[in-house]
Design a protein around this ligand. Structure first.
Ligand SMILES: [Zn+2]
Length: 211
């Protein structure tokens, strides 16, 4: 099986798993993988639960459709991650419930949305900035994401959801799932007196597991 055929299967398998676990609903959420000659992207209006490997959008480096169905209207979110982060192998964007809930809170720190609840969050997500709200399809959103992408592999779009880049599809999935679980924990702990990791504990994790 060629590398591209393997990536097509991986996107469809992971998409079905994400959909079945309720991590994104309806036709929301999109996945992409970088190829040697461009990238593969989930199509517009496609449910992640019912993707067809043969109909995935294949785009060239400039974002032009080479084959398959038209790409998601959110493909520009993926493109800026590939452009700004050279080692990115895959990008995932979801409307995952708890992360979206966090993105709507009025009292969060836009420079770093979630506190260091667990070491795994620090390792897989790190600092998570909030990207200001723009209406769907507004290309100004892509430029806003570009402003953060050089320094952050994970960003949270206000009143919308997370975008996470990784070296591989597995790495991006692990990071966005860790983010969703941490968002859920943060909401469970709201109103409770909580011990977060100290600055020293966060520094120790970052030294032991550099990203
Ligand atoms: Zn979206």
């Amino acid at each position: 099986m060629s590398e591209e055929a393997r990536f097509r299967d991986e996107i469809c398998r992971l998409g079905a798993s994400i959909f079945q676990r309720g991590l994104t609903a309806g036709s929301s959420g999109n996945l992409s993988v970088r190829l040697a000659d461009g990238w593969l992207m989930t199509p517009t209006n496609a449910s992640l639960g019912r993707l067809d490997p043969a109909r995935l959008s294949k785009l060239d480096d400039a974002g032009k459709l080479l084959s398959g169905d038209a790409p998601t209207k959110e493909s520009f979110l993926h493109r800026v991650m590939y452009e700004e982060r050279q080692r990115t192998g895959a990008v995932i964007h979801l409307h995952s419930t708890h992360s979206v809930a966090i993105s709507c809170l009025a009292d969060i720190d836009p420079a770093d949305v979630l506190p260091p609840i667990t070491a795994y969050y620090v390792m897989r997500v790190g600092r998570l900035p909030l990207v200001p709200y723009y209406r769907p399809g507004d290309l100004a959103l892509a430029e806003a994401v570009r402003g953060f992408a050089g320094k952050h592999h994970a960003v949270l779009l206000a009143n919308h959801g997370p975008v996470v880049a990784g070296s591989s599809l597995d790495a991006a999935a692990n990071a966005i799932e860790e983010l969703e679980e941490t968002a859920k924990l943060f909401l469970l702990l709201r109103g409770c007196k909580t011990r977060f990791l100290t600055a020293e504990q966060v520094a120790e994790v970052r030294t032991a597991f550099p990203t």
